[in-house]
Write a protein that binds this ligand. Sequence first.
Ligand SMILES: Nc1ncnc2c1ncn2[C@@H]1O[C@H](COP(=O)(O)OP(=O)(O)OP(=O)(O)O)[C@@H](O)[C@H]1O
Length: 286
Amino acid sequence: MSSMIEISGLKKEYSRKKVVDNLNLEVGQGELFGFLGPNGAGKTTTIRILTTLTKPSSGRIRINGIDVAKDPSRVKSEFGVVQQHLSLNRDLTIGENLELHARLHHLQSRERKERIAELLDYVGLSDHSDQLIDSVSGGMKRRAMIARALIHRPKLLFLDEPTVGLDAQTRRRVWDLIRRMNLEGTTVFLTTHYIEEAEALCQRVGILHHGRLIALGSPLELRQRLGMIAVEMQGEACGTTYRYFPDRSSASRFIQDLPGSERVVMRESNLEDVFIELTGEKVMGD
Ligand SMILES: Nc1ncnc2c1ncn2[C@@H]1O[C@H](COP(=O)(O)OP(=O)(O)OP(=O)(O)O)[C@@H](O)[C@H]1O
């Protein structure tokens, strides 16, 4: 698989604080890749650097073979980006926001009209084109932002926390949209602090902690490395402790030998377990 994103030795420091700490990573063409990490891990900073909004302290990035530092204007046509915070013009309607963005990308009048209609249909907003941004739900705003990012048919889409603040049902709708775009050939690089989002969506996950990539692999690979089965032991003295096993039978044998005083739960492991084992912290506090 050829690379869509190649990052080598990427560093970013703010007042000597290492926010991105020697990141080396390749994302293949057509991949759906996710950066998982808690707030402050450096996810947004990495996306900002990859999308030319922030300059790195050092390191090299190539997107679809183009060197980001050497040719920032050419590289911009390769990707679309959906930022974490609302970046639509609130005084305009959904349709007008798309129109404005299409003009920025120099689409001619007829092409603009066709592309906007196509995208509104794609994200399920055809009936809401005339609504002001402020009058629509969070999920619709997010879908409008995705439509806007796709105006120029980018091969790569960056999504920074695409479902933050959305309810469970709306989140699933956005997941479906992301999956569909990926199936149709768009490479997706997203960030999330939601474990279930990384597990449900991403073919490969990079776990980020204090700016360092501490694990990389498919959700299944990462769980296999830890052990597919978790045993939680709730003891009186030292709270809950965890042990991990490759399968249920080895976990059961371990449980049989435990003193009867402990409350024990056997379950499948998840990426949260992987994160806690690697860092001693939880991914999310909310
Ligand atoms: N412009 C800046 N100046 C100084 N420090 C910054 C700046 N931007 C980010 N930081 C710091 O860098 C660290 C990483 O921030 P970043 O926003 O990249 O994390 P994140 O993983 O995306 O978290 P979140 O999801 O909360 O945005 C934080 O400690 C943040 O305070």
